[in-house]
Design a binder for this molecule. Structure first.
Ligand SMILES: *Cc1c(COP(=O)(O)O)cnc(C)c1O
Length: 376
């Protein structure tokens, strides 16, 4: 059996029973389970607002676009971001007419607050922080820096479902936090995401903008009267980004087991830690103090990474790389060379398999194979 980096698992009967509710009621779209999931997410995270979307990318786009409008940022204003992320994080900055400025990463593979501070200019408006693999890195320091310098903080929490920082959801440290429930994330649906603003005005705005700019207030008012449902207002040019009840039905079940599932992921992390302890050729990426990680994946750094990966493939083990330095891609190449640590690490890191179908023996197989390939 090949050992894959990710493999989603679902409590199938429970998911089907939630989905059955939707089908029997004839309500698979916006509303119904999407509202139930938003409420459950707010309960779970303790965040004041949550809006369910069809992806985290949609949430990142709306977070940047709405903050830009609300704060009156100009085209060409800057957001400091990381080059070590899924391109989704940075594409939304370009989509919004803003300029991504890259700061380097620290030992956690997350933004280094010292380099972030160096990269602040008179045009900097916000910082985009990514919690790599469930790690919160130095989020607290970056959050403090934002407060000091009057910058907004957007948290790409695609890997952070269930992560806690000092026992709280990391979303509490940001102006907007965006979670992904894409198929291979640690809270998998098939495709969906959640955007959580701290500001009620922005939450209201994101609800309009995710449904083509249609004002749901008007819709709901006329709905209550039972007529004039067609008389809704369209206040602005929005997007078709909202989530649906089928995805939310799966999300509701997954959320019930999130803590239990993440605990098993951390157990896998512990087995890797033990397996690599004392090995000089394999450097596990540390988890920051105060972070109770979701352990979305387990990252190590090794020399000759590409060869090592091919060696693992030969043994039916399929790790990943999170991520290639984004300044290697043409649309970000103007920043090439601006983040030497991120660049060097992007050639050394690999992410080892973490998912719920792996046993302690499987982890032993991966540990032995890696040690065999890189030595000690
Ligand atoms: C997966 C991912 C996203 C995008 O999530 P989708 O729900 O697929 O749009 C954004 N950022 C990071 C870091 C991711 O891993």
């Amino acid at each position: 059996m090949p050992i894959q980096i990710f493999q989603p698992s679902y409590r199938v009967d429970e998911c089907l029973s939630e989905i059955r509710d939707c089908l029997e009621k004839g309500w698979t779209g916006l509303g119904f389970k999407t509202i139930a999931f938003e409420d459950a997410w707010k309960d779970y995270t303790g965040l004041p607002y949550a809006h369910f979307l069809n992806s985290a990318t949609a949430g990142l786009h709306l977070a940047v676009a709405l903050l830009k409008r609300h704060e009156g940022w100009d085209d060409g204003d800057e957001i400091i971001s990381t080059p070590l992320t899924f391109v989704s994080t940075n594409h939304v900055i370009l989509h919004t007419g803003l300029k991504p400025v890259f700061a380097d990463v620290d030992e956690y593979m997350c933004l280094d607050p010292i380099d972030v501070e160096r990269k602040i200019t008179t045009k900097t408006r916000a910082i985009m922080f990514v919690g790599i693999g469930g790690n919160t890195g130095q989020l607290q320091a970056v959050s403090d820096l934002c407060r000091e310098r009057g910058l907004k903080l957007i948290l790409d929490a695609a890997h952070l479902s269930g992560t806690k920082l000092h026992t709280r959801d990391p979303g509490h440290f940001a102006d907007a936090a965006i979670y992904s429930f894409q198929a291979v994330k640690n809270l998998p649906t098939a495709d969906s995401g959640m955007v959580c603003f701290q500001d009620p005005e922005l939450d209201a705005a994101v609800r309009r903008m995710s449904w083509l700019g249609i004002s749901q207030d008007t819709y709901q008012r006329s709905g209550v009267k039972g007529s004039y449902k067609w008389m809704y207002d369209v206040d602005e040019v929005g997007f078709k980004y909202h989530g649906n009840s089928i995805m939310a039905a799966i999300g509701l079940v997954q959320l019930k087991y999130l803590d239990e599932d993440n605990a098993y992921r951390r157990q896998i992390g512990g087995w890797y830690d033990t397996g690599f302890s004392g090995n000089k050729a394999i450097q596990p990426i540390p988890i920051a103090a105060g972070c109770d990680t979701s352990q979305h994946f387990y990252q190590v750094a090794v020399d000759d990474r590409d060869k090592v990966i091919l060696g693992l493939y030969d043994q039916g083990i399929f790790p990943g790389v999170h991520y290639r330095d984004n300044t290697d891609y043409p649309m970000y190449s103007q920043a090439k060379g601006s983040c030497p640590a991120a660049h060097a690490m992007s050639e050394r890191i690999l992410s080892l398999p973490v998912h719920l179908n792996l046993t302690r023996d499987d982890i032993g197989v991966v540990v032995d194979a890696l040690i065999e390939l890189v030595g000690s």
